[in-house]
Write a protein that binds this ligand. Structure first.
Ligand code: NAD
Length: 297
């Protein structure tokens, strides 16, 4: 039933969502206010498709057709017109999302489902910014989107049952495993993940151990594929900070208050992989994981 998918935001998640849908045969309207981000997103999708070719997952032909299905827009209203589904993956800020959804409600066709990829913000609140709350839902993909199997689907207070069913079926059609949850701060994925990341940052801040030791303990001792500090860099430190704030404000639990070190890093523009430096530094071309000079002994 969905032919054209509009994706709002072309950063870490938006480019992955656009990649997944284009590779699965959907027309994608990829929207961002920043022309530079759109350009970067297309380059990333190109590079990630090449990686899939090297692994034998897609052919050259499939890469070409996937890229041809993606059109980019800076004008959100134009990009959302004619879409059967909009997935919003813009910056994790409630004021921004409320404004985007009020505008999307006017720009998208009346039957269009409006989904948010938010990590923590209330779907019920986002839905209340529209005149179609029954058609608003959380569709929370994991990073990197083409690789990770889970889609956490969040029912807002007013989400219609039929809308949930459509999004569950769509997720399966994309080769993902949907899990439906209710609308409380952080949902399930981040409600459980973020306190661990925050505690890892507190452990560094309080001098209990260094970056490499904290990550090695969680990788080698707990079998995690990535240590919590590396994972925080990968998610984006600004995004982690925003999620923790939503959880702290929503549940008033002290362990959700963002560690002051995380706050300082975000204020200083050290956002992890996307800015080139976080707990590790990501110098262009280097594949080796190098602890940021600030944290190396
Ligand atoms: P990001 O910072 O990498 O990208 C955000 C993009 O939104 C940027 O390209 C920015 O230019 C764009 N944007 C900002 N305002 C806009 C507007 N008014 N219109 C159009 N585009 C706009 O962030 P991200 O990590 O991709 O996160 C996006 C969403 O996905 C957030 O809600 C986040 O919580 C969620 N999420 C992130 C992860 C992750 O691992 N990073 C995982 C799951 C969900």
């Amino acid at each position: 039933m969905f032919q054209t998918i509009a994706v709002v935001g072309s950063g870490t998640m938006g480019n992955g969502i656009a990649h997944l849908f284009a590779q699965s045969g959907y027309n994608v309207h990829l929207i961002d206010i920043s022309a530079a981000q759109l350009e970067k997103a297309l380059l990333t999708i190109n590079k990630n498709l090449d990686r899939q070719i090297a692994k034998g997952i897609v052919t050259d032909e499939q890469k070409k057709s996937a890229l041809a299905r993606i059109s980019v827009f800076q004008d959100m209203e134009k990009g959302a017109a004619g879409a059967g589904l909009v997935i919003e993956a813009a910056t994790e800020r409630i004021d921004l999302k409320l404004d985007l959804f009020a505008r999307l409600d006017k720009a998208a066709p009346p039957e269009c489902i409006l989904a948010s990829n938010t990590s923590s913000i209330s779907i019920t609140k986002i839905a209340a910014a529209t005149a179609r709350p029954g058609k608003v839902i959380g569709m929370h993909f994991m990073n990197p989107v083409p690789v990770m199997k889970l889609v956490e689907i969040i029912n807002g207070y007013s989400t219609e049952k039929q809308v949930t069913e459509q999004i569950v079926n769509l997720s399966k059609h994309l080769g993902k495993t949907p899990c439906v949850v209710n609308d409380y701060p952080g949902f399930i994925a981040n409600r459980i993940l973020m306190p661990m990341i925050n505690e890892a940052i507190y452990s560094l801040y309080e001098g209990v151990a260094g970056v490499a030791e904290i990550d090695a303990i969680m990788k080698l001792g707990m079998g995690h594929p990535m240590g919590p500090l590396q994972l925080a860099d990968f998610i984006g430190l600004d995004t982690c900070h925003a999620i923790l704030k939503v959880m702290y404000e929503g549940m008033s639990r002290l362990h959700h208050a963002p560690c002051p070190l995380l706050t300082n890093m975000v204020t200083a523009g050290c956002l992890g992989v996307k800015s080139g430096e976080g707990f590790y530094s990501y110098a262009a071309g280097s594949k080796e994981l190098v602890v940021s000079r600030r944290f190396s002994s």
